[in-house]
Write a protein that binds this ligand. Sequence first.
Ligand SMILES: [Zn+2]
Ligand SMILES: [Zn+2]
Length: 133
Amino acid sequence: MKCAACGGPMIVLELAGIEIDNCPACKGIWLDSGELELLLEETGWEDKVLNSFFPDSGNREKKRRCPICSKKMDKVFYAGESRVLIDKCSNGCGLWFDENELHQVIEASSIDKNNKILVLLRDIFQAKQSPGK
Ligand SMILES: [Zn+2]
Ligand SMILES: [Zn+2]
């Protein structure tokens, strides 16, 4: 799979037993349809989070193409404690998160900040920061 943001090759990471696609170059994350539900299932918040995405119809950011079907994705925002803009395939293939956006969506929900998924996301992405910073 190619990254929707930079076109680089994606690698598969395992997060809480779920395989997610990650771009090592720009840190974008692709979640296939249903994977966000699976990730959040244990928290009990999956329906609330999934029902909090709304189309951002007036958005003028450049549209990205779905890494699966190549169709232009829609801009949708997560309406939580803060607003997070992500890309969603209108064919329903899945969701695209730029660096830290998945983290931001979970943080903007009412899920416990020490939730296992958030801790795992922090671990995975902090461990992958380039050394020497
Ligand atoms: Zn990328
Ligand atoms: Zn698609």
